[in-house]
Write a protein of this length. Structure first.
Length: 450
């Protein structure tokens, strides 16, 4: 597999692609390693995970530079992503010794539950956030006593491979965490279909997620899916309009819009719609797009030519848009784009573009805002801007999405649960219950009657 630098189109590396036989061998190795890991004292597992976190911390800059080269992320974002892996490992390590069952009052004896590891976990990570999302599955799964096989996206395998090396350096048992770069139709399918894999954690498109869910159903295999999004950014007339307009551009331009949580449908109350456009336009037009290694760059290239062509197909010549600037020449560049005066059913307004493109739509009142916000097959994230706390709570409860922010665009914190409604996914990741998602509950009754 050829890994390209999205900013230059130069080859960064050529990585061998795993075969089905490679997956079979990896699962066998993982199963053997997992038995010893599950039997280890919780304190020992926690200690090794903290050591893994410390080793990652010592290599944050190296990992960030790799991420820039293979994914085109800005250097600031890449450093945050590497630091997030460290933080997730630390957070998961703290949960190992608190992963306890319950004692349930019953007649004639005592009843206890145990949370036991599932076994071998397959994590299929995307190219848009290669390190953090891999760690969303990796860290809690290991902490709960499982082994992990990670299949990174074809375009971004390098940071995953390096993390596997750092795990061994930290003392994580051999074969407990393995990385298998490969194609989805070969290595990915083999991992999903393998009878020795107890659960699949997948982040990616809704279409592929449905295929994985169908294949897992054949074996009643557990699955967590984090899929697409078309998240609303709802701005009411009583909001701090300047703050809402200032925050709106990077809410859909961060990571070049390649983010399932991107606020790509900006819904603005009609009475302040024109004023909002006046305020937001300079922010769109002034976004610094360029060399990802430049500390001042705010937005880098798209991941690939395929993705560039996909984004271009949505912004047709008949659409009105506020645009920023992007470099010309080599690289997969597309300018920041806010489409105005568009029908809500137009593809750019209704479908996930997964690029630096958003639409702005007017609404009349609170009921209309909720109607527009929910007029999508997705339900991953969203924001609302208002000074009215009652409205904030009402609208938050009414919008069908798993992660909402008021007067903010924050979606992901490793200590709070993350996941979507509707076709945005199945299950929850992160947060205080992350480890339990990788366990089986066993109930044991012990009779005390003579």
């Amino acid at each position: 597999m050829r890994v390209l630098n999205p900013a230059t189109e130069e080859t960064v590396a050529i990585v061998p692609a795993a075969t089905r036989d490679d997956v079979d061998a990896a699962v066998a190795r993982a199963a053997a390693a997992q038995r010893g890991w599950a039997a280890a004292a919780p304190a020992d597992r926690a200690r090794l995970l903290r050591r893994f976190a410390a080793v990652v911390d010592g290599h944050v800059e190296e990992l960030a530079q790799l991420e820039v080269r293979e994914a085109g992320h800005t250097i600031g974002n890449a450093r945050w992503e590497a630091g997030n892996v460290r933080d997730l490992l630390d957070f998961a390590a703290g949960g190992v010794e608190r992963l306890s069952g319950r004692q349930i009052p019953v007649a004639g004896g005592i009843d206890v539950t145990f949370l036991e590891p599932l076994g071998v976990i397959g994590v299929i990570a995307p190219w848009n956030f290669p390190m953090p999302i891999a760690a969303w599955g990796l860290a809690p799964a290991l902490a709960a006593g499982n082994a992990v096989i990670l299949k990174p996206a074809e375009t971004t395998p390098l940071t995953a491979l390096r993390l596997a090396e750092l795990a061994l350096e930290a003392g994580i048992p051999e074969h407990l965490f393995q990385v298998l770069p490969g194609y989805g139709a070969v290595a990915g399918d083999a991992l999903v279909e393998h009878p020795g894999v107890a659960k699949i954690v997948f982040t990616g498109s809704t279409g592929v997620g449905k295929q994985i869910m169908a294949k897992c159903a054949d074996r009643v295999k557990r699955v967590t899916l984090e899929l697409g999004g078309k998240s609303p950014n709802i701005v009411f007339a009583d909001a701090d309009l300047e703050a809402a307009a200032a925050a709106a551009p990077m809410a859909f331009l961060d990571n070049t819009g390649q983010d399932c949580c991107a606020r790509t449908r900006i819904l603005v109350q009609r009475s302040v719609y024109d004023r909002f456009l006046e305020l937001v336009a300079p922010g769109i037009e002034s976004v610094a797009v360029g060399d990802p290694l430049d500390e001042k760059t705010q937005m880098g290239p798209l991941i690939s030519r395929t993705q560039l062509e996909r984004v271009r197909s949505y912004v047709t010549a008949d659409l009105t848009a506020i645009r920023g600037k992007a470099p010309e020449g080599p690289g997969f560049w597309y300018p920041p784009t806010l489409v105005t005066d568009v029908d809500p059913t137009t593809p750019v307004a209704a479908e996930e573009v997964f690029g630096p493109v958003a639409v702005v739509l007017p609404f009349e009142d609170e009921e209309d805002a909720v109607r527009l916000a929910n007029a999508t097959e997705y339900g991953l994230s969203g924001s609302l801007w208002t000074r009215d706390i009652g409205r904030a709570l009402r609208v938050s409860r009414a919008v069908a999405a798993g992660n909402l922010s008021v007067n903010s665009h924050s979606s992901v914190r490793y200590w709070t649960p993350f996941g979507g409604y509707k076709q945005s996914g199945l299950g929850r990741e992160l947060g205080p219950d992350a480890l339990t998602a990788f366990t089986e509950t066993k109930n044991v009754f012990i009779s005390t009657e003579a």
